[in-house]
Design a protein. Structure first.
Length: 251
């Protein structure tokens, strides 16, 4: 039996586990360990025949199994979001015993202190912006008409120019949006935006913002106004959260 570590919790008093809160399949009930004054661990007993090194290596070949584990892992972490700070651990962080888990965290105390200071009383919000090519193209000026002899070449050049102009306008739009939202956050980070299998168009912005809890409502309102303005230009904005500071706990 090993000790599965979900997260490190900074709080003025020992946090309680929500009744009925289940963790990963096959693990024991979620419980709290004391590290030292104001610092705690959310853990569970993990049978090593299910979560030992060899078992996890086999499980990683099954994406459905990994997905179910990730959902359960995050659900436990998010159940403690009312604490001063919650530092999520990576999926499948397992120690040989409770004592080993506590000793590891105590050994990382200087780093953990710095992270707690950075994310205390903060929430993570995610913002994604997708381009709806058809609507954005409709907002662009029409291509010029040309005499019939050169109409085809003119149309082709106009189409190429429109694509370049649309791409440049999109880059400027999301860059300006990111700057405005970052200015209202304690910290912000952009993740690599790539093509997604969506019908409307590519993902232009995938960003996370660290926002003080006291400013959560004003941040949501700001994003709502931005989404409304962007919709008229052919962009779709999605806001998710609040989450534990997954994107801001690494040095």
């Amino acid at each position: 039996m090993g000790t599965y570590l979900y997260c490190v919790i900074a709080a003025p008093r020992r946090p309680t586990v929500r009744r009925g809160r289940a963790g990963l399949a096959g693990t024991g009930p979620v419980r709290v360990l004391d590290v030292e004054d104001g610092l705690f661990l959310a853990v569970a007993d993990a049978p090593l025949d299910l979560y030992g090194e060899a078992a996890i290596a086999r499980g990683l070949q099954d994406l459905d199994w990994v997905s179910r584990a990730a959902v359960a892992h995050e659900a436990v972490i998010e159940s403690f979001t009312g604490a001063t700070a919650v530092l999520p651990m990576k999926l499948f962080t397992i120690f040989a015993s409770d004592e080993r888990a506590v000793a590891h965290v105590r050994g990382e105390r200087p780093r953990i202190t710095g992270v707690v200071k950075r994310v205390a009383n903060q929430q993570e919000w995610g913002v994604r912006v997708v381009l709806d090519r058809s609507r954005a193209a409709g907002a662009a000026p029409p291509a010029p008409r040309a005499p019939s002899g050169v109409a085809y070449l003119t149309r082709k050049k106009a189409q190429r120019d429109a694509v370049v102009e649309l791409a440049e306008r999109a880059r400027e739009t999301v860059a300006a949006l990111y700057d405005r939202l970052a200015a209202r956050s304690k910290d912000a980070t952009r993740r690599s935006a790539t093509e997604l299998p969506v019908q409307s168009g590519p993902l232009l912005l995938d960003a996370a913002f660290l926002v003080p809890r006291s400013r959560a409502k004003s941040f949501e309102a700001l994003v709502g106004r931005e989404a409304k303005a962007l919709r008229r230009q052919g962009y779709g904005l999605t806001l998710t959260g609040p989450w534990p500071p997954y994107s801001f706990v690494q040095d």
